[in-house]
Write a protein that binds this ligand. Structure first.
Ligand code: NAP
Length: 272
């Protein structure tokens, strides 16, 4: 991040800010001018018990989080900076709720190691904050061992910069894990030639196909095929507001879940 001048905050620095009731959780949003960040800022503003104390974007310094007294940051930025943002938050004792996708195992491991040095801090990295999408992921994993074939199709708006989506990659990982646990190999596939990649990406032995289409928001299908039957588990987010109840839940829960939590499902007590 570049060093900048006056940071944009919604309140004055802590020394001049009006007294806040102890129960209110002080929340900052990173990427606040983006599509998701602006929705998240609004959701925090509206949520009972939460106070929005800073909205930072590309031009702003993370240092502004400290005088703003942020206790939790919500990160909806870009894959290239999200880990740096989380590191800054953790090193300053600030919990983080991360929606930015593109995290790999190495990044997650580095964050776990960092959190081991800051045992009171919690970080939630959620590839998808929509409760419906989280359930679709879980149901896909539950169904995986009952069908010989499984493939995933994810469909998003054309401004999305990463593929496959974090949700599709996570679904594939959960499905792959469930199939391996049941002693199953990859889905049958006689393809010998695919010079143009028509069979899609392969994540954890599961083929994942990414569609980018004007008019879409975020959609996913898990296709499960057995002899003579097919089960389709489909989820559609028609509006970014669908992610916000999960974001607010994440903000409320992260303060009492130290360490790294990967996936909102761990906060939902699904018992699956
Ligand atoms: P977006 O509209 O492009 O917003 C990203 C924002 O981050 C932009 O305002 C961008 O500013 C800003 N930014 C870039 N670098 C920054 C930095 N160093 N510090 C602070 N802000 C910075 O993208 P979006 O659609 O909101 O998506 C954001 C992320 O959330 C993506 O990774 C997306 O895949 C993910 N996402 C997650 C979920 C979920 O449920 N977990 C749902 C939807 C999307 P500039 O435009 O000036 O660069």
């Amino acid at each position: 991040m570049t060093e900048r001048t006056a940071p944009e905050t919604t309140t004055a620095p802590a020394s001049t800010a009006p007294a806040t009731p102890a129960a209110e959780l002080r929340v900052a949003v990173l990427g606040a001018r983006g599509r998701m960040g602006s929705e998240a800022a609004q959701a925090v503003r509206r949520a009972e018990g939460l106070q929005l104390v800073a909205e930072l974007d590309h031009e702003d310094s993370l240092e502004a989080l400290v005088p703003a007294g942020a206790q939790v940051v919500v990160d909806f930025t870009v894959p290239s900076v999200t880990e740096h943002n989380v590191r800054f938050a953790v090193e300053h004792g600030i919990h983080a709720v991360v929606g930015t996708t593109g995290w790999d195992e190495e990044g997650l491991d580095r964050t776990r190691a960092l959190l081991a040095q800051h045992p009171d801090v919690g970080v939630l990295i959620a590839p998808n904050f929509s409760i419906g999408a989280v359930l679709a992921m879980r149901f896909s994993a539950q169904a995986a061992r009952f069908f010989e074939s499984v493939e995933i199709v994810e469909l998003h708006h054309p401004e999305k910069v990463d593929a496959p989506s974090g949700t599709a990659a996570r679904t594939a990982a959960l499905v792959g894990e469930a199939r391996r646990a049941a002693g199953m190999g990859p889905s049958p596939d006689a393809t010998k030639q695919d010079p143009d990649g028509a069979r899609g990406a392969v994540v954890d032995d599961v083929h994942v196909h990414s569609v980018r289409l004007r008019g879409l928001v975020a959609h996913q299908e898990t296709l499960l095929g057995g002899t003579g039957e097919q089960l389709t588990i489909r989820h559609d987010s028609f509006d970014r507001i669908s992610f916000m109840s999960g974001v607010v839940l994440g903000v409320r829960e992260v303060v009492s879940h130290p360490g790294l939590t990967h996936g909102l499902e761990d906060y939902l007590q699904l018992g699956l």
